[in-house]
Design a protein around this ligand. Structure first.
Ligand SMILES: C[S@@+](CC[C@H](N)C(=O)[O-])C[C@H]1O[C@@H](n2cnc3c(N)ncnc32)[C@H](O)[C@@H]1O
Length: 313
């Protein structure tokens, strides 16, 4: 039985990463010998392993995190000849010279490895530098972003990427305190002091602020927007594109793209003419697949996961 998918993202509190909705994703792909797959978000390799163990197939994985690249090195020894890794953002899918893939998977967001390592600065529960970069070799950190961004733009980041209803108040407090903000706990405590705590909610008041900054630092939504069409083009006929998202901003992009590929209006604002819509895929999930109660109690991080998939015609 599937439960409803709430929008919160509690950290797993565990070391390592348990792949979310693994069996459900595997059922959608149903890998066969000789087929080729892409895992756009290798992380700890949980989904990659499940695919490679289920048939004599091959898999190409992406991840822009250097720690994931280290894990992938060991993984390659486990699956010689069948596994390849590219340490780049998955938006680079459009540069691949190969095609004819039976399946492409995206398991979006950050891994428990990243969340649980305080030094990475993703967690609002343990003290670390305000970094939040998936690829620590380039780009600006969250604190650099805060200091370089004017108030109005910071408000837009918190509104657009965090859907934080009190974005103005939060942004003003951050800009006022930016000189003394250094760590994740500095920011979490500042937001808690500014916005207060809802006694009926288990969600920390800084959750949406952290989400917004992380998305901005890593350009996450743009990555998804670029990668989805590229992934679709790489599929063979009957190939499956499956995406696991963890919040409504990601899910909205995926849902719209999948509907477009299925020749349907993208959303209620879509004013395109019926005759201009081309059906290139079949929706495999009219409603998103969510984690079962058993999975949620085993791995609380799966609570907000939504899995959607299409099959190319
Ligand atoms: C939720 S985890 C994936 C976990 C993985 N499925 C597993 O079973 O271990 C997401 C991973 O995707 C990576 N990632 C997120 N966005 C990315 C992007 N645009 N390009 C490349 N890697 C990305 C993150 O660094 C992280 O390691």
């Amino acid at each position: 039985m599937y439960s409803k998918c709430p929008e919160s993202l509690p950290p797993s509190g565990k070391i390592g990463h348990e792949p979310v909705l693994k069996d459900e994703a595997l059922r959608l792909f149903a890998p066969k010998n000789g087929e080729k797959y892409i895992d756009c978000t290798f992380g700890g390799g949980g989904h990659s392993r499940a695919i490679l163990q289920s048939a004599d197939c091959s898999l190409l994985a992406f991840d822009r995190d250097q720690d994931a690249a280290q894990r992938a090195k060991k993984f390659a020894e486990e699956f010689p000849q069948r596994f390849q890794f590219i340490g780049e953002p998955f938006s680079k899918l459009n540069e691949l010279k190969t095609s004819g893939y039976a399946g492409v998977l995206m398991d979006l967001g950050v891994s428990s490895f990243q969340l649980d390592e305080a030094e990475r600065g993703f967690s609002l529960k343990s003290e670390g530098p305000l970094d939040m970069r998936m690829d620590t070799s380039k780009g600006i950190t969250a604190i650099e972003l805060i200091r370089q961004t004017p108030l109005k733009e910071l408000e837009e980041i918190l509104r657009g990427y965090g859907e934080e209803p009190r974005y103005k108040k939060a942004a003003r407090a951050i800009k006022d305190a930016e000189g003394s903000l250094n760590t994740t706990l500095d920011l979490a405590n500042l937001i808690e002091k500014t916005l207060g705590r809802n006694p009926r909610s288990k969600i920390h008041p800084a959750t949406l602020t952290f989400q917004a900054l992380r998305i901005a630092v890593n350009g996450e939504l743009l990555e998804i927007e670029k990668a989805l069409p590229a992934a679709f083009e790489l599929l063979a006929p009957n190939g499956v594109l499956a995406v696991i998202s963890f919040h409504s901003l990601e899910d909205r992009i995926v849902k719209k793209f999948f509907k477009k590929m299925a020749g349907l209006p993208e959303d209620r604002f879509d004013s395109s003419f019926v005759q201009d819509r081309v059906k290139r895929a079949e929706l495999l999930t009219r409603k998103p697949i969510c984690a079962s109660d058993a999975e949620i109690s085993r791995n609380p991080r799966s609570r907000s996961a939504k899995l959607r998939a299409i099959r190319k015609l």
